[in-house]
Design a protein around this ligand. Structure first.
Ligand code: URA
Length: 431
């Protein structure tokens, strides 16, 4: 082992609120990736960083060192500019699904390396895996072939991409050190920069269903990531968007694919369509693409649907196979008449998770048909006995705990009451 530094002196420096030098950061990330720093030492350092922070220079260098731990992808062979979107995750957030084919239909190339869901927020790959035959795990060569043929590819990030982050994120998950802005920003951006996209639009969620529920912290995270991206030469923009209420009318894997197909067919819930179009326009302008057609037109005229079908087929998916449907369902009804004032994203997300839509730990199996259909969104009037939600699962013994999670999930007030809801877009950050 290189004896340039010792883990103990680096942990002690951060514990004592000192800045880490570039050399110390490079050595730490390299040694940890190679297994030369023990997990208990890295845990102590991560906790010291969580408590005492890192400045911009340290965060930038930490990100760079994580990128350098693995491969950097290169898309220069493509004849169109690359642009990607990353969401920090939320309940019912299926936007990547219609967005990638939409941006491709308008002239962009979208290399979307995605993850699986953990906890109450869903993962893009889990949603797509509800399509019969669809394969998330493809080689870099296959990825290139799909993006050349379809203009977009959604697949699992290979193990060669920022391996330092894989180890660090797993450790943070079990040591209470996820919630640090420099660590989150460097974790997300190391993967996105290594992915080699030319431009990037970040959708940073805030509200009860987001992991940054405080809008001020979400804004700071967004600014930190935009800064990291731009410094690395990736044109990066961020929107801070609402996640106090679930997005759209479905939460759960195959239910969300069904809603995606509605959006690609020119319909779908208005919030999903609005956010998809806003993000598509941001992506096209960030990548300086003169669109072949307006994104709203590409949803209406089937151009985005054509790319979707091609993209699904290219990864083995059967576009014509029926989507999985859960075996059992029950309805949750309004207990009074009035206006629906709120619908808590976190409670709906936890309930869908308990129904089987999500996993407790990495590697767990999930139910593709499980989840929640939302029949009414805040602002609408409801009558006593009207169905607000339908819960779906293959295992009816899950209903009790899922209903328990929904205690207080929605409120009904008089028809003249104000709805207390975040605006869909709270902030836009460019540089
Ligand atoms: N997602 C990531 O990839 N990393 C984090 O640290 C948090 C969310």
């Amino acid at each position: 082992m290189s004896t340039k530094f010792t883990a103990v002196e680096i942990i002690s420096a951060k514990r004592d609120k000192q800045e880490l030098s570039d050399e110390q950061i490079d050595w730490t990330i390299d040694s940890y990736t190679k297994g030369l720093i023990a997990d208990e030492q890295m845990s102590a350092l991560l906790m010291a960083i969580l408590l005492n922070g890192m400045n911009d220079r340290e965060t930038f260098r930490w990100t760079d060192a994580m990128i350098a731990s693995g491969e950097k992808m290169n898309w220069s062979i493509l004849d169109r500019p690359t642009v990607d979107k990353h969401s920090t995750g939320g309940v019912g957030d299926k936007i990547t699904l219609p967005l990638a084919p939409l941006v491709s239909a308008c002239g962009g190339a979208v290399p979307q390396l995605s993850g699986r869901g953990l906890g109450h927020t869903g993962g893009t790959l889990d949603k797509l895996e509800s399509i019969s035959g669809w394969n998330a795990n493809i080689t870099n060569q296959q990825m290139l072939k799909v993006i050349q043929e379809c203009g977009a590819v959604i697949c699992a990030a290979g193990s060669g991409l920022a391996p330092a982050d894989k180890k660090l994120y797993a450790l943070r998950d079990v040591t209470g050190t996820v919630e640090s802005i420099p660590l989150i920003a460097s974790s997300i951006m190391s993967k996105k920069i290594a992915e080699g996209t030319g431009a990037l639009v970040l959708d940073v969620k805030t509200g009860s269903g987001a992991f940054m529920s405080d809008p001020k912290k979400a804004s700071l995270l967004a600014k930190t990531m935009v800064d990291l991206g731009n410094r690395a030469g990736v044109v990066t923009r961020a929107l801070v968007t609402a996640m106090d209420v679930p997005l759209g009318l479905t939460v759960g894997n195959s239910l969300e694919v069904r809603e995606t197909l509605e959006v690609l067919a020119g319909g779908g819930p208005s919030d999903v369509v609005e956010l998809t179009l806003i993000l598509a326009n941001e992506m096209l302008t960030a990548a300086k693409i003169k669109p072949k057609m307006d994104p709203a037109t590409a949803l209406k005229n089937g151009a985005a649907m054509d790319v979707w079908r091609k993209m699904i087929k290219a990864q083995g998916g059967n576009n014509d196979a029926p989507l999985p449907v859960a075996k059992d369902k029950i309805e949750v009804k309004a207990d009074s008449t009035g206006k629906l004032l709120s619908l808590d994203a976190l409670k709906v997300g936890v309930s869908a998770w308990r129904l089987g839509a999500g996993r407790q730990k990495q590697g767990d199996l999930l139910q593709h048909g499980a989840g929640i259909e939302i029949h009414v969104k805040p602002g609408a009037n409801v009558k006593v006995g009207q169905t607000i939600l339908t819960l779906h699962t293959d295992d009816s013994s899950r209903f009790d705990r899922a209903k328990e999670a929904l205690t207080g999930a929605f409120t009904i007030g008089t028809e003249d009451s104000e709805v207390n809801q975040l605006p869909l877009i709270l902030e836009r950050i460019e540089a």
